[in-house]
Design a protein around this ligand. Structure first.
Ligand code: GAL
Ligand code: ZN
Length: 711
């Protein structure tokens, strides 16, 4: 699972969509905080603020400055448990009330965070059993955060109690508009807990799922290595056991941990809905490719998704050459995945980088223009608002090096003015644009089952789902026609092409959905290892690619992990181009009804890429782990065949996205490079922010963002 270290190392129309009745929280927001003449809720353009870490005599000044900066809201208190409950059952919210009052007086709306991501020392001292156990079986120590078990009933009760006290105390408090439950369930140093409570929880979950031990034994294939369970309580968790775990059990354990976190959040959600029906409720996460939980499950009943965006973190630890374009792409994939979690609803950036990133070390200083670019990039990908992390820069604690809008000495940070200008421009852009829908012509499958199953059994030690996902995403999204990150059992009919890199696990519903999509005219493009496993993580008992063989019109002669051989890929006419290289894997394809688009050169024989006409659509199998340049070229050619081509011609460093509401469309052109770039447009456009007209050609300065409307 992803650790925070690995994360580093790798680098209405929201709810107001036509005809939809406004939820209570949104109706309640309308009269609040906004200028007296307006009946609308505030745009969420704010900062993450820490009165708990700031001397009280500065609160007034902070509120005034935040307000003068044009910011409309703050998020507070998500790490303030020890101040709100200094000892068990003794609650103190006077300080928080006072802070909220001051903020409200300055017209700043407040999102409150429930504090369960970091319990106070009295709690872990008294209830050490709530501590997480990591994948080596070692108990995680308190002193950091997210070191608790998601299953443990005592911890759930204590978390719910403090959240309930907060809710009761702030349900009617003027200025409060919503809640963030906990903080980043997904990102933790150890992505899973393996304690005895989780083991029991897993056993109960498995009982619910399988009903009988016979069924479980069969699905997991426990006849192997003498693992047949005769009592639910015998079922272990996948801790080290002198041999790899049962893959079915291990995949189910990932699913269980996701469920445990989602149901932990769910307890607070049910309570907040009851106590604070007029407030919105969300939680924050980080999206693809790093999320360790099933986000659809986590966000299912929340009002909207919140994303945390730190391009500087990615830059700090990225492998290979750190180009501004790659940094930009790493945020784009996260936004696209988060927007897609709730079917494209606008999401909120709960934390946006505001200066140098850093925990023990500093990340790079964002260049002038980059902070603006990154915040606008989130909007360009469907965000409805941005909260900057954080207002001031802490002078103590583990994040002293994480820069906010104010420096350590409370002077304005190098990015301050740029941020203020950006927020002002977002207001000019306005609500309609900020809450409009993102336009996506293509989709990429982002499937936790495949990610988890491939981590359990990579097949090749260097093969990771994440690397493949990012590589394919770059190629697909680089076409600038808009990309959603979906599950294959969702509605695919709206996409011109759907891409599925290492779709290793394929369920029957997914296969049927893909079959119908292609039959009705869609283009489905799959990578190697397609359909090798079923949802129980058993190898399918049919020729590969298993359930999708008829759709792909091809089968596999063999599949080959590549270590020392040089394997080339020669392209046929339709994909004409320089010979490509095959990296880690080669599925040797034999066409049945498909046409061959590329063949292997060298050690192996067989087709490397096939295309099949199926019903009204096409199914393409890319059996080779193609080098990046060839993959991009192939994907771009396929997109053109599918009729997905941007009306703009742009260099690779420029990202172009579109959002729509009613008949209106906004085009975002983002230059991720530190050099000027040119794009060509067809038709005439006006830039929304500086009202310039463009016809045919548009020049973007380094890191410049332009928002265009057709004129
Ligand atoms: C986020 C987290 C914040 C802060 C920030 C900067 O992931 O939610 O609390 O730690 O990163 O490191
Ligand atoms: Zn646990």
């Amino acid at each position: 699972m992803l650790t925070r270290r690995e994360f580093g190392q790798r680098g209405a129309a929201l709810l107001t969509a036509a005809g939809v009745r406004l939820p209570m929280w949104e109706r309640a927001l309308r009269p609040m905080v906004a200028p007296a003449s307006s009946t609308e809720r505030p745009l969420l353009l704010g900062v993450d603020y820490y009165p708990d870490q700031t001397p009280e005599n500065l609160w007034e000044e902070d509120a005034r400055l935040i307000s003068e900066a044009g910011l409309t809201n703050v998020r507070i208190a998500e790490f303030a448990w020890s101040l709100m409950e200094p000892s068990e059952g003794k609650f103190d919210f006077t300080w928080l009330k006072h802070s909220v009052e001051i903020l409200h007086k300055h017209n700043i709306a407040v999102i409150l965070g429930t504090p369960s991501a970091a319990p106070p020392p009295w709690l872990t001292e008294k209830y050490p059993e709530i501590l997480m156990v990591n994948s080596e079986g070692m108990t995680v120590h308190p002193g950091g955060r997210r070191f608790t078990c998601p299953t443990n009933k005592t911890y759930r009760k204590l978390s719910l109690t403090i959240a309930t006290e907060m809710a009761k105390n702030f349900a009617e408090t003027a200025g409060i508009i919503g809640w963030q439950i906990d903080n980043e369930f997904t990102l933790q140093q150890f992505g899973r807990c393996y304690c005895k409570y989780c083991r029991e929880g897993f056993q109960d979950w498995a009982k619910q799922k399988y009903g009988t031990l016979d069924s479980l034994n069969q699905k997991w294939g426990t006849a192997f290595w003498s693992q047949i369970y005769t009592d639910w309580r015998q079922i272990p968790v996948p801790l080290p056991s002198n041999g790899p775990p049962n893959p079915g059990l291990a995949l189910d354990y990932d699913r269980y941990q996701s469920y445990a976190n989602a149901s932990f959040a769910g307890e607070q959600l049910v309570m907040l809905r009851k106590e604070c029906p007029q407030h919105f409720i969300t939680t924050n996460s980080v999206g693809a490719p790093f999320d360790t939980l099933n986000l659809r499950e986590l966000f299912r009943d929340l009002d909207f998704v919140s994303n945390d965006n730190y391009p500087g973190f990615a830059a700090m630890f990225m492998e290979g050459e750190v180009t501004p374009e790659r940094v930009g792409r790493s945020s784009a994939i996260s936004h696209d995945s988060m927007r897609s979690v709730k079917g494209g609803k606008p999401f909120l950036i709960m934390e946006e980088q505001s200066g140098k990133a850093g925990q023990p070390s500093f990340g790079p200083q964002p260049h002038p223009g980059q902070l603006r670019l990154w915040a606008f990039q989130a909007i360009a990908h469907g965000a409805m608002g941005v909260n900057y992390f954080r207002w001031d820069t802490a002078r103590f604690g583990a994040e002293e090096y994480w820069h906010g809008l104010l420096n350590h000495d409370r002077s304005k940070s190098p990015g301050f003015e740029e941020i203020i200008r950006t927020v002002a421009d977002m207001k000019v852009l306005g609500r309609e644009a900020l809450e409009s829908s993102y336009v996506a012509e293509t989709a990429l499958s982002f499937d936790q089952d495949c990610d988890w199953a491939l981590q359990i059994q990579p097949g090749h030690p260097k093969l990771t789902y994440r690397d493949q996902l990012v590589e394919w995403y770059g190629a697909v999204a680089g076409a600038n026609t808009g990309t959603d990150l979906i599950h294959l059992d969702e509605d695919l009919s709206k996409y011109k092409a759907v891409f599925a890199p290492v779709q290793y696990v394929v369920g029957a519903r997914q296969a049927e959905n893909v079959r119908n999509y292609v039959r009705n005219g869609g283009m489905f493009v799959a990578g190697f290892r397609l359909g090798a496993k079923d949802e129980s993580s058993q190898i399918v008992n049919m020729p590969l690619p298993g359930l999708l063989r008829d759709v792909m019109g091809a089968t596999l002669k063999d599949y080959v992990p590549i270590y020392t051989e040089k394997v080339g890929v020669a392209f046929e006419q339709q994909l004409a181009g320089r010979e490509g290289q095959c990296g880690l894997w080669a599925d040797l394809l034999v066409p049945e009804s498909a046409t061959v688009l590329a063949k292997y050169v060298g050690a192996y024989e067989g087709a490397a890429i096939t295309m099949n006409a199926f019903g009204k659509g096409k199914a393409v199998y890319i059996g080779a782990d193609l080098d990046g340049t060839s993959l991009s070229r192939v994907i771009r050619t396929l997109l053109e065949m599918a009729g997905s081509k941007s009306e703009f011609t742009s260099p690779p460093a420029v990202e172009i996205t579109r959002r729509r509401a009613g008949g209106r469309e906004w085009v975002f052109a983002l230059n991720h490079s530190n050099e000027g770039q040119k794009i060509t447009v067809s038709g005439t456009f006006t830039s929304v922010l500086d009202k310039k007209n463009f016809d045919r050609e548009l020049e973007l300065k380094p890191y410049e963002v332009v928002v265009l409307k057709r004129s």
